[in-house]
Design a protein around this ligand. Structure first.
Ligand code: GLP
Length: 244
């Protein structure tokens, strides 16, 4: 595991964006696994900036996103599909047809999960998977307690996740109660993983994820078993691990 310390959110975003840019430069037709949440917003801004400068080309890139709320149409501004178009896809030269997310409106959950998993396989797997981390250690929407070998599945969101995500909705009642998510099994098959973490409120969980026991109680702890993980976090997120 490579640990990359950044002084603050901006530096974390820049360092993480550089890793993604390097991946695109080294393999222009790479498959990127992408993430939503507030943490990656800054790094997407850098990718857009470098694209505008002419330093990055997304024309051959394919993306698969980690997760999507069940029941939200793409047009809903809280859907992850909307988020991705707003923060990245509509701002760079990626082909819309090369960007994939689970379909929140799929009628049959089981076949939607199978479709998504097959799609990732058909694309040849994920070259680089970007991950954020929830306060309870969840990655994607893999909540504490979920088996490590799961493929894409439909998740019942935990109350703490609903509470954490309600800031984006009018009220907690409006937050969908279920979501589609790549499973830990899917994430662990990615050839490289990039985890970004920011803020003091995640410091305790990050310490457990990186140095605690590998346990489904802290889903991100599974990354200790992945052969190629880079963690980019800011000083606040590392604050429980450092002295002085
Ligand atoms: C959501 C997403 C995760 C994300 C997490 C943390 O639950 N499904 O992919 O990592 O939120 O979000 P934030 O970065 O806003 O703290």
């Amino acid at each position: 595991m490579k640990i990359c310390k950044a002084s603050d959110y901006k530096e974390m975003s820049r360092k993480a964006a550089k890793i993604i840019a390097a991946q695109i430069t080294m393999k222009p037709d790479c498959v990127l696994g992408l993430a939503t949440g507030s943490t990656p917003i800054g790094l997407y801004k850098y990718l857009v900036k470098w694209y505008r400068k002419g330093d990055l080309d997304f024309s051959e890139v394919t993306t698969v996103n980690l997760d999507e709320y069940k029941g939200l149409p793409k047009t809903n501004n809280q859907s992850y599909d909307f988020f991705m178009r707003d923060n990245l896809f509509d701002r760079v030269n990626i082909e819309a047809s090369n960007t994939y997310l689970p379909d929140g409106l799929a009628e049959d959950s089981e076949s939607e999960c199978e479709r998504y998993e097959k799609l990732i396989r058909k694309l040849g797997g994920i070259d680089l998977q970007l991950l954020g981390m929830g306060h309870n250690g969840h990655i994607g929407f893999n909540e504490p307690g979920e088996a490590f070998d799961l493929a894409t599945h439909c998740v019942d969101l935990q109350e703490s996740t609903i509470q954490a995500n309600k800031r984006f909705f009018e009220s907690a009642d409006d937050v969908p109660k279920q979501a589609y998510s790549m499973g830990i099994g899917t994430i662990m098959k990615a050839r490289k993983v990039l985890l970004v973490v920011s803020g003091k409120d995640k410091a305790e969980t990050l310490k457990k994820a990186l140095y605690g026991p590998i346990t489904p109680k802290v889903p991100a702890s599974v990354l200790q078993m992945h052969p190629d993980v880079t963690v980019v976090a800011d000083a606040a997120a590392f604050s429980q691990m450092e002295r002085g």
